[in-house]
Structures are given as structure tokens and as C-alpha cells.
Design a protein around this ligand. Structure first.
Ligand SMILES: [Zn+2]
Length: 318
């Protein structure tokens, strides 16, 4: 995909956006010249420098391909994928209030309703949100995500499929998600797995100069962070006090042989790095934890109120 505008970057990050460690290693770069850092303390990988907020606003202003041939051809496999992830959630929660953050065209909203959830969506693009709401007759919010907790009742489940890797300040979003979740509520995260066997192979081949388009698998056109199942689950527990209930690769959906599909699903559950996608289900403790995200700790240490809006992110990728 070609950008219709020039790339704009922030100054380079000197500390890890997740754990604030300054132990950063230059890990890789891709064919477009984007550099990837890896934090030696928490293990997260991220684009460094990152896109500016202005760049992200322009990128996401026209991001969702609502209809058109590409969208239509992908609709069936996407619907099956989403249905499978919602089946997974049924193992941990018997319905209730459901929010899909970054719901795009909203296909998971009607699937969630079909599975007995009372669905709502959040989409940063107001026009896309309005179209999805009209199409499915389901509320889709588009106001400031950081004010959503004041405008809605809390949710039993919050669902982010292929969203967290786009977020520039993931901890701030996860703090808001914690506010939006009921005690005991569950969070679903689906994102690419940079630690998969296939992606490790691509990284190695790129470093050896054997890839024509080195680092294409990072998806730096729109992905800012690159997680492994182990790193992401540790970050959720350490910085957000969430209890990780399930880590797995994304189960296959369209295999001809049902027994093979089931066996493949069991393999991805036992060995998540066999797959290039991660699925995590985590639960907010029934009793509120005292764990604060690092941004709140830093604010406290600097002698400021944790409610200070100085660290509040602008409304960008969602
Ligand atoms: Zn770190």
C-alpha cells in the first residue's frame, strides 16, 4: 500500500515505552528504512523512532475498506476467524456486555450478538463507526476513547483483534480498558506473533541479506509494536495485574478435514509459536489490584498527581 503523504516520525525513543528501561538494542530494520528496537529488560520490540501523532491521524483517517472487492473476498474467512475467537470467549464467560475496540466495519459485532453477547463497538473513524452502526443496528462509539468509561456502563468482555500492535501508547489504552471492564471481566487480544517460527526465520533471512524485502513481516506500514506470546502475557500481568487465562496461536478455520483442524488447533494451543498470530484471553481480577502502569508510577515518582493529563495520549490509532 502506498502512502499518499510523506512519512513523519517522532524523535527516537531512548527508553522502552512499556517498562521505561533504557536497555534498548537495535534489533533490525526493514526495506523501507524503519528501525526496530528491542528492550533487553521486558523483551518487547517496537518501531524506533515511531510515527508522529499527525502521521497516524492521517493514516487512520481513511483506513477501513468498508466494501469493495478486496473487503468482500476476505469477508468469509474473516467471519469464520471472528466466530472462532468468540467461541473461545464462551469458554470463559457466559455472555454479557461486549465491546469490540477498533471494530472497523463491525463484522464481529453481529457475530457476538449471535453468540448471545450484548454488543457495542468503538471505532476511531466516525464515518466508519456510523456505517457499521447503521448496518448492524448496534451502537458503535467514536468519541474520545479515554472518556468512554464515563459514558457507558462497564463491560463483561472487551475484544481487540489486530488492534494492540497499532497503538502508540498501549499502556494508556489498556488502563482505559481496565476502567471499562467489570471486575472479573475478560479481555481478548489477537495480534501478530513476531516470535513465531515463520517470523523468526524471516528475521534471520533478512539479516543474512537473503530477503528481497527485508523485514516485510513487521508490517511497519501500520504496526508500531511487535509482540511474542510470552512477552505480551508477561506485560499484561506485570503492568496491568491481569490474569492470563489462555495463550494460543490462532486456530485454523477452513481445513477440509475436521479432525485435522481440531488437531492443528490443539498444536497451536500447546505451542503458540507454531503460528504467526497470538490469541490471549485475560481476566481483570474480581478484587481491584494496586498494580499501577509504569506511566502512573513515573508520574507519581515525579511528584505529580496520577490524574494529571500531561501523559494523556492524543486520539490516534484505535
Ligand atoms: Zn521494556
Amino acid at each position: 500500500m502506498q502512502l499518499a503523504f510523506a512519512r513523519e516520525m517522532d524523535p527516537p525513543l531512548l527508553e522502552c515505552p512499556w517498562c521505561r528501561s533504557t536497555r534498548l538494542k537495535s534489533h533490525d530494520f526493514d526495506f523501507t528504512g524503519i528501525h526496530i528496537s528491542r528492550c533487553l529488560s521486558c523483551g518487547v520490540q517496537f518501531m524506533n523512532p515511531q510515527f508522529s501523532d499527525r502521521h497516524l491521524r492521517r493514516l487512520y483517517a481513511d483506513y477501513t475498506n468498508f466494501e469493495g472487492p478486496e473487503s468482500t473476498s476476505k469477508l468469509v474467512p474473516r467471519t469464520l476467524r471472528k466466530a472462532k475467537s468468540l467461541e473461545l470467549l464462551g469458554q470463559f464467560k457466559d455472555g454479557g456486555r461486549f465491546l469490540s475496540m477498533g471494530c472497523g466495519d463491525g463484522v464481529e459485532l453481529w457475530i457476538a450478538e449471535a453468540y448471545g453477547w450484548q454488543a457495542e463497538g468503538y471505532e476511531v473513524d466516525g464515518q466508519v463507526a456510523a456505517r457499521a452502526a447503521r448496518r448492524y443496528g448496534i451502537p458503535v462509539h467514536s468519541e474520545d476513547f479515554f472518556k468512554l468509561h464515563a459514558q457507558t456502563e462497564p463491560f463483561d468482555c472487551i475484544y481487540l483483534d489486530q488492534v494492540i500492535e497499532h497503538l502508540k501508547r498501549p499502556q494508556d489504552y489498556l488502563c482505559e480498558i481496565q476502567r471499562l471492564l467489570k471486575p472479573g471481566g475478560i479481555l481478548f487480544l489477537g495480534c501478530p506473533n513476531i516470535g513465531s517460527v515463520a517470523n523468526r526465520w524471516k528475521t534471520s533471512m533478512g539479516k543474512l541479506g537473503l530477503k528481497r524485502r527485508r523485514g516485510r513481516h513487521y508490517g511497519t506500514f501500520h504496526h508500531l509494536f511487535y509482540y511474542t506470546p510470552q512477552v505480551l502475557s508477561r506485560l499484561l500481568q506485570q503492568f496491568h495485574g491481569l490474569e492470563v487465562l489462555r495463550i494460543q496461536g490462532e486456530p485454523p478455520t477452513q481445513m477440509k478435514l475436521r479432525w485435522l483442524e481440531a488437531a492443528w488447533g490443539r498444536l497451536y494451543r500447546a505451542l503458540p509459536n507454531c503460528d504467526s498470530s497470538i490469541q490471549i484471553v485475560a481476566r481483570k481480577p474480581a478484587v481491584e489490584s494496586t498494580i499501577l502502569p509504569t506511566s502512573a508510577w513515573n508520574t507519581l515518582q515525579a511528584g505529580k498527581s496520577p490524574d494529571s493529563t500531561s501523559n494523556r495520549p492524543s486520539r490516534e490509532a484505535a
